[in-house]
Design a protein around this ligand. Structure first.
Ligand code: SF4
Ligand code: SF4
Length: 441
């Protein structure tokens, strides 16, 4: 058996907890009565609202216009009446204006498949423009506007397109189910991205704990004779991060402060590949996504297709509510996700999971002094010294933390996870980065 690929340095292997929802086929979450659609789903500038209270909207209407180079349009998945534009708190802890829409029951977007020939006749520029029009962002969590990533800067070349099917966060199975249930569409989306960026090689990376996905993708690639390679990876967190994935597959390292394209690579999530397929073949804007609802306090863990703007409480209700009072509700995975306290928080384009965790899953041990064991240093995939950085940040010495590559921290949480003293190291890194941003502004 071939040796499984992985990245070189650091990383952890938390309990996978995938079995709670692994075998659950994707079901559709019923439509909510009210949508709350933020204008800041993505990295970069929030979209500019195009609607006002009282406006009538139809499913698929653009309600927010991209407001800068790094920005993305926002569409409504249902028709209805705009009740108000108000500020909402997003899972990452910042506020965004949002359109509150009283939805018309049963009003969903529908489109026609233009067929493969129509797509084949498009040139890369037109394809990128359609991706931009559809408001597609990276669906693995970072939500970077996809059309910006697909516009290769002058002087750079995309040698490799890597399709990220790693989904290394515990509990999550949304990408896994997409690769099993929408195999051909994900692969077609990957081929469209390859054409847009001009990559000479396409590699799909999937961790070995997803045997059904590996089998489905390998079989489909073979039967369609597609020029793609499917590679199995060792189970190790944070392999789904693009820098670690590139290292695992290409044995190339993205330089400090650099981007994957600097070493000839573009990484796209399987959910993004599917969104690209739907945009190009059907003209469908990104207005819904598959996410996993799971955790030991979730009554009925499952994988659901949910309209963007649906309140989290509505999705939880669809999954049978809580089996016991959760200690925490986390949006995303347990390693990089954010706890929320307001269940009316909406599902966003980048929402990969909703986890209801009991007190047994939530780390409740008290913090003790650092014992200089060095485990956080060993676990850091970026080769940083988390304990040293934390102390610098704790003393307000942000500039020295920056000199020690604080900005390379990807907030993966490996250091906090492994720390025997339960020091909130990743929270410290986030704070230090926030302080540096404030100093710059
Ligand atoms: S959160 Fe940052 S410092 Fe901690 S392990 Fe991850 S990259 Fe390293
Ligand atoms: S893992 Fe925790 S206790 Fe050990 S050196 Fe790092 S911060 Fe200190």
């Amino acid at each position: 058996m071939a040796r499984l690929l992985t990245f070189r340095r650091g990383g952890v292997h938390p309990p996978e907890k995938k079995s709670l929802s692994r075998g659950e086929p994707i079901s559709r979450c019923p439509d909510p009565e009210t949508l709350i659609i933020p204008f800041a789903h993505h990295l970069g500038a929030p979209a500019k609202p195009l609607v006002s209270p009282g406006d009538e909207v139809k499913p698929g209407d653009k309600i927010g216009e991209s407001a800068g180079f790094i920005s993305a349009h926002v569409h409504t998945p249902m028709g209805g009446k705009v009740k108000e534009i108000r500020s909402v708190y997003l899972p990452a802890g910042f506020a965004s204006p949002a359109a509150v829409i009283e939805a018309d029951p049963g009003s969903s977007w529908s489109g026609t498949d233009m067929g493969e020939d129509a797509c084949a006749s498009m040139d890369p520029k037109e394809m990128i423009s359609r991706v931009q029009e559809a408001g597609i962002v990276g669906m693995g969590g970072a939500a970077f506007p996809a059309h910006v990533k697909f516009m290769i800067p002058k002087g750079k070349q995309a040698e490799y397109l890597i399709i990220n099917g790693v989904e290394c966060e515990p509990y999550l199975n949304a990408d896994n189910r997409l690769m099993i249930e929408r195999t051909d569409d994900v692969l077609s989306g990957a081929m469209y991205i390859q054409k847009m960026i001009g990559a000479r090689e396409v590699i799909i990376g999937i961790e070995s704990n997803k045997p059904e996905s590996l089998q489905a993708m390998t079989q489909a690639v073979s039967s369609r004779r597609l020029p793609l390679t499917v590679r199995s990876l060792k189970v190790r967190y944070p392999q789904g991060d693009e820098k670690q994935l590139i290292e695992a597959l290409l044995k190339r390292e993205v330089p400090s402060g650099g981007l994957p394209i600097d070493i000839g690579a573009v990484v796209s999530n399987v959910g993004t590949a599917l969104a690209v397929y739907e945009a190009l073949r059907m003209g469908k804007p990104l207005m819904e996504r598959v996410l996993t609802i799971s955790g030991e306090a979730a009554s009925d863990p499952k994988n659901v297709l949910v309209k963007v703007g649906t309140p989290i409480s509505h999705v939880i209700e669809h999954a049978g509510g809580f089996s016991s009072p959760p200690d925490k509700v986390v949006i995303g995975g347990p390693m990089m996700g954010f706890s929320i306290y307001d269940l009316s928080t909406p599902v966003m384009k980048g929402t990969s999971g909703i986890l209801a965790l009991t007190k047994h899953q939530v780390n409740q041990a008290s913090r003790t002094p650092c014992i200089s064991c060095g485990r956080c240093v060993q676990a850091c995939p970026m080769g940083l010294n988390p304990t040293k950085l934390y102390k610098l940040i704790d003393h307000g010495n942000y500039d020295e933390a920056k000199q020690r590559f604080l900005l390379d921290c990807k907030e993966c949480g490996c250091c906090s996870y492994i720390c025997v003293a339960k020091i909130p190291l990743v929270q410290g890194m986030r704070w230090g980065k926030l302080m540096l941003r404030k100093k710059q502004s």
